[in-house]
Write a protein of this length. Structure first.
Length: 213
């Protein structure tokens, strides 16, 4: 009896050790990927801090929408990494001040696919890869890369899309100056039900009113 209990305790300790190592490895991988994303942003003063803000707002939005803790964590991490695929886009295209030529725009539109491919090997982040792939879809089907519509777009991608658009609008870019917060919120409302999920826009505007920014 004592030997059996000892064996069971040893088995439990082994399982806890494996679980702890798994979480340490997961954190290490996420930190490495975030380091890549930060390295990309460091090359461009116009996007510095963008991914961090999108991740933070995405997590708060997911919380406000009462998603479960696992989904909130995934959306936060996917927000942090949503533009990691831009590593595969030429820097001259990323920093171009004029409008993109059709062939340059085609390159830019590949970044969600490239980003999803970068994180796809990590089984624990399958849902995050899906968010990254679809964060430029639009609810009316005019987005990319797959032209998904409405609720066919994963909710995490719809959340990250709202946070991404707002932060892009309120940040200086090579081709335009930042909008005011009020003008950016008006733009979000105009896009509700067209490009962006209306319920998520409402939740975001509500959070902004409560000092999310």
């Amino acid at each position: 009896m004592a030997a059996r209990l000892a064996a069971e305790l040893q088995s439990l300790r082994y399982a806890e050790d494996v679980k702890r190592l798994y979480h340490q490895l997961r954190r290490s991988i996420c930190q490495s990927l975030l380091g890549l994303a930060n390295a990309l942003e460091a090359k461009d003063p116009y996007t510095r801090g963008h991914s961090e803000r999108v991740g933070a707002w995405g997590g708060r939005l997911a919380t406000a929408l009462r998603l479960d803790p696992g989904e909130i964590e995934t959306i936060t991490q996917a927000g942090l990494l949503h533009d990691i695929g831009k590593i595969g886009v030429p820097e001259a295209v990323l920093r171009k001040r004029a409008g993109l030529a059709p062939e340059e725009w085609a390159l830019m539109r590949q970044h969600p696919v490239i980003g999803a491919q970068i994180v796809a090997p990590f089984e624990f982040f399958t849902a995050g890869a899906t968010v990254i792939r679809h964060h430029h879809e639009r609810v009316d089907g005019s987005g990319y890369p797959d032209g998904l519509t409405g609720e066919a777009i994963p909710i995490g991608a719809r959340i990250v899309a709202v946070a991404d658009v707002y932060d892009a609008l309120t940040s200086d870019r090579p081709y335009r100056q930042a909008m005011s917060g009020a003008d950016a919120r008006a733009f979000l409302r105009a896009q509700a039900g067209v490009g962006l999920d209306g319920e998520i826009v409402d939740a975001f505007v509500g959070l902004m009113g409560n000092g999310i920014g």
